[in-house]
Design a protein around this ligand. Structure first.
Ligand code: ADP
Ligand code: NG1
Ligand code: MG
Length: 485
């Protein structure tokens, strides 16, 4: 497998830094040199399980979305940053055509093995997908990219993750993206961060959720020290956003888990947005209204501002909810066509569509993203103004988008009582909040307060290390490869 060397050298510049736009590749003698205890443990686990040395390691971060929730799949920009918590893989080529997957947390995540060029990602309709399906998505993504004629070599893989799963910090996409990166590297592909992010976003759809690409984009395009303004329309791009020096972002886990592929909630929202978009396109007399499924595309087509589009939505979507019949009538469709071309596999049951509420959230949230970005980069940025936007975001997600959870609302309320503004981060229905503090002292006092007020008596927090449940977070770098020397 000489192809490793090719990829590694292609991504390395003379001084050892990674070239612009490519995933960083660096050499490391993990067993003796790494300061990272998890990496050393993963190395030992790999050697013990497979009785060979890993050829390389993959590291992919999770993310905290600062603002811009449920807008990526509508084509609108988001503002996330990568976390220290990450997925680590140890990888070596296998001697046969099998994929061998083991997780250091073998109690929770069972061993898995399959022929690497012959698998079908089966997503159960209840209970949620098995963990290895996320990995298979990634392998499949690179296979789709390369085409059927190029077989994927077998792989021994060991996984270690410390991103709280199903909690809105994107553990799923870190795992999918890590699988994409490992497969691409073992195939000797040039490691363009942009391309890998696109492949990863595309292939995670196999899991069944119609996400917009934020998580995979930040996983590959993150840079240490700044958040990223990520645009999807007309094409994927990331621009660093400098956060105010005194701003400290805190993540607090509600400990209500929600696997997004296990229920239809996430896709229901995506479907509502797509319907609403077509509805507005049709009302605005666009001939191709059937093909306009993202608000960002609609806005570009209409050549209007977000505020204009909001006005149109208020005018054209006046009902508290729309029935299936309302939509069939408007679209001039029969139920079969509706179910085939508009609904996803897990949203076939939908009868009521809150088009107005979902649309208003998306458009107003997108306005908040652009305000947040402009404010945080302005000379005289006031943290109170940023905090205000976070609070509005949460309120909108709670009432218009209906994707909060009583535990998240409680955390937000406790924070507010302490003078700190917060919002749910990630898809919601559980998971984490992100809060904004203006100094180290207030951050420490706030964390102490929530430990006391929220975690101390919470049954799910019993026996847990509270420092893993509530912590300050700062922007980390994106995906990387460590070659095992
Ligand atoms: P998130 O908000 O964290 O992305 P998702 O519901 O999208 O939540 O995905 C969570 C799923 O990802 C978990 O149920 C599990 O199957 C998988 N996963 C996350 N972390 C790990 C890990 N360390 N090892 C194996 N699988 C993981
Ligand atoms: P999480 O909660 O990390 O699974 C999901 C989507 C994002 C985005 C957010 C809501 C996937 C892989 N991720 O994130 O694309 O839509 O919800 O802003 O579908
Ligand atoms: Mg996810």
């Amino acid at each position: 497998h000489h192809r490793f060397a090719t990829t590694a050298s292609m991504n390395r510049t003379e001084n050892g830094d990674h070239a612009a736009g490519l995933v960083a590749v660096s050499d490391l003698d993990v067993a003796t040199c790494s300061k990272d205890e998890r990496l050393r443990e993963l190395h030992a686990f790999f050697v013990q399980q497979y009785e060979v040395e890993p050829k390389f390691f993959v590291k992919v971060p999770g993310r905290v979305n600062i603002i811009g929730e449920h807008v990526d799949y509508c084509g609108y920009p988001v503002l996330p940053m990568a976390t220290r918590q990450c997925i680590l893989l140890a990888v070596a080529p296998a001697t046969d055509d099998y994929l061998y997957l083991k997780n250091v947390n073998s109690e929770k995540y069972e061993n898995f093995k399959c022929e690497i060029n012959a698998f079908d990602i089966q997503i159960p309709t209840s209970g949620g997908p098995r963990w290895y399906n996320y990995f298979l998505c990634g392998v499949r993504g690179v296979q789709d990219h390369l085409g059927n004629n190029i077989p994927t070599p077998g792989m021994f893989v060991a996984v270690s993750g410390n991103i709280p799963p199903a909690s809105g910090l994107s553990s799923s996409s870190a795992l999918v993206s890590a699988a994409v990166l490992a497969s691409a590297h073992i195939q000797g592909l040039p490691l363009s961060a942009q391309l890998l992010a696109t492949i990863a976003a595309q292939c995670e759809l196999y899991i069944g959720t119609q996400g917009g690409g934020m998580d995979q984009a930040i996983a590959f395009l993150a840079k240490q020290g700044c958040a990223q303004f990520i645009q999807f329309h007309p094409k994927l791009s990331a621009q660093p956003v400098k956060l105010p020096n005194n701003a400290i972002f805190v993540v607090a886990n509600s400990l209500a888990e929600m696997n997004k592929a296990a229920t239809s909630d996430f896709n229901e929202r995506v479907v509502e947005c797509r319907i609403s978009c077509r509805w507005l396109a049709k009302r605005m007399h666009l001939n191709n209204w059937r093909d306009i499924i993202r608000f960002a595309t609609l806005q570009t087509t209409l050549q209007c501002t977000l505020e204009d589009l909001e006005e149109i939505a208020i005018r054209e979507l006046s009902k508290a909810f729309y029935t299936r019949e309302d939509i069939l009538k408007e679209f001039g469709m029969n139920d079969e066509e509706f179910s085939k071309t508009i609904l996803t596999a897990n949203t076939q049951h939908m009868q009521r569509f809150k088009l107005r509420q979902r649309t208003l959230h998306v458009l107003q949230e997108s306005l908040r993203v652009s305000k947040f970005r402009a404010l945080s980069e302005s000379e005289d940025c006031k943290l109170e103004s940023l905090s205000e936007l976070l609070m509005q975001s949460h309120e909108s997600l709670r009432s218009l988008y209906e994707c909060s959870h009583p535990n998240l609302d409680r955390l937000v309320e406790e924070s507010k009582r302490f003078g700190i503004k917060a919002r749910l981060t990630g898809a919601g229905w559980g998971g984490c909040i992100v809060s904004l503090c203006d100094s180290v002292d207030s951050c420490n006092a706030y964390i102490k307060e929530l430990k006391e007020k929220y975690y101390k008596d919470l049954p799910q927090a019993k026996g847990r290390n509270f420092d893993e449940l509530i912590f300050a977070t700062s922007p980390q770098g994106g995906a990387e490869i460590l070659t095992n020397k």
